[in-house]
Design a protein around this ligand. Structure first.
Ligand SMILES: *Cc1c(COP(=O)(O)O)cnc(C)c1O
Length: 400
């Protein structure tokens, strides 16, 4: 079977909810992926930052295989010997007292929403079922019915109402808008420190700090969605650390498993996360021993391979080099660590054709929001590989 055979099968039997590049990957290692034709590509998407540790990291692979031989699923009806260790190691890594494990990122976001609402009723004293959570324009928090209820992207929600009430939208990057939107019923504000899916949108310096202060002053919770920006991607363990703040609730997913398995979590201190009581929330697979063993190894790799420092220094270098490329099509190069967006001018004809041209040269990148090419390779990339990629990117950014 060749690439076209696989594409045909997929188009015939699979729902068409994605528009992937026509590259059929059959194996991967580190920053490289290989297709069914034997071609090799540099992965510049990292599965939307789920493989920060690099594809098929041997240490995480070993943890997965060893645990799979012992026990994979107990359900939370019983305890297992991996989850307590994950709790402790996640606490040491993040500085938060407790965590609650789920599977997908969207489930962890849903968990954080339920937690903020419970806090509003039980701690803040908001009248039951009146809590409001403030969201920002351009947000991406996942695809469940509640989460798309506060999306501002028509494509994500147009045909999927009716929507969950209790959310308010304000502009991103505008702290004064938060102050204006707060009411006595406000439970929380939730933001992404950098909006990945919206096109690598970086808010003005000082924004997170201002939001944090407004939250404290008004007794509302500050939730950050670090599913894409966290776990070393932007050059720190968490992107909120760039502004020296400590939000109340942190959501992680994606690279929490190094790409082996869906593992997500909500992190907070005891006065907040301790509010859940038995039976109020749960998941059959959340916190299972296989997931916990994988996440433990994934966190160990982030720490021991100093991937935050790597993302910081290599990201700075990659951004500088990209910004120096002369190109008639580029409007702006921006990023933090190894989360980088190259925004094209509207007249460039969209980012898709540039991504297809990059694919022909052995680089896999994905357009985000029509005009932005995202470069987010695994954090184990080295300078030599970036130097290999740059001339290819230069040629593509200068095509007709
Ligand atoms: C990917 C992502 C999610 C959703 O995670 P899933 O695992 O796809 O459900 C939520 N928030 C952000 C910021 C993300 O990048």
């Amino acid at each position: 079977m060749n690439t076209q055979d696989y594409v045909k099968l997929e188009e015939q039997y699979g729902a068409h909810n994605y528009h992937p590049l026509d590259v059929v990957i059959e194996r991967a290692e580190g920053v490289w992926v290989y297709d069914v034709e034997g071609r090799k590509y540099l992965d510049c998407l990292s599965a939307y930052s789920a493989v920060n540790q690099g594809h098929v990291h041997p240490r995480i692979l070993n943890a997965m295989l060893e645990q799979a031989k012992k026990v994979t699923l107990t359900s939370r009806a019983f305890r297992n010997d991996q989850l307590p260790m994950l709790y402790k190691e996640l606490s040491e890594f993040s500085g938060y007292e407790m965590s609650l494990p789920m599977n997908s990122g969207a489930e962890a976001v849903e968990t954080a929403i339920k937690l903020a609402r419970k806090w509003a009723y039980r701690v803040k004293g908001v009248p039951r079922h009146q809590a409001e959570i403030i969201m920002v324009e351009g947000n991406f928090h996942g695809r469940t019915t509640t989460i798309i209820s506060f999306s501002t992207e028509p494509l994500y929600k147009e045909d999927f109402g009716p929507f969950t009430p209790g959310f308010k939208i304000i502009p991103y990057g505008d702290a004064a808008a938060l102050e204006a939107a707060i009411t006595p019923n406000t439970a929380a504000i939730s933001i992404e420190p950098i909006q990945g899916e919206a096109g690598v949108i970086i808010p003005p310096a000082g924004y997170l700090k201002q939001i944090s202060e407004i939250c404290k002053k008004n007794n509302i919770l500050f939730i950050v969605d670090e599913i894409q920006t966290g776990l070393c991607r932007t050059g720190k363990a968490f992107a909120f650390q760039h502004e020296d703040i400590r939000p109340d609730i942190v959501i992680v997913g994606k690279a929490l498993s190094g790409g082996f398995y869906p593992v997500s979590a909500v992190l907070a201190d005891k006065p907040i996360l301790g509010l859940f009581t038995p039976g109020e929330h749960g998941s059959t697979f959340g916190g299972n021993p296989l997931a916990a063993a994988i996440a433990r190894a994934a966190i160990a790799v982030l720490r021991e391979e100093k991937l935050a420092e790597r993302a910081e220094s290599l990201g700075t270098y990659f951004i500088e080099q990209l910004a120096e490329i002369p190109s008639p099509h580029v409007r702006e190069v921006r990023g933090k660590g190894l989360l980088i967006g190259v925004e094209l001018k509207p007249e460039a004809g969209g980012a898709r054709r540039f991504c297809e041209a990059l694919q022909k040269r052995g680089i896999l990148a994905k357009e985000t929001h029509d005009h932005v090419i995202r470069f987010a390779p695994p954090l184990v990339i080295d300078r030599e590989t970036i130097d290999w990629a740059l001339p290819h990117i230069r040629e593509v950014l200068n095509m007709q």
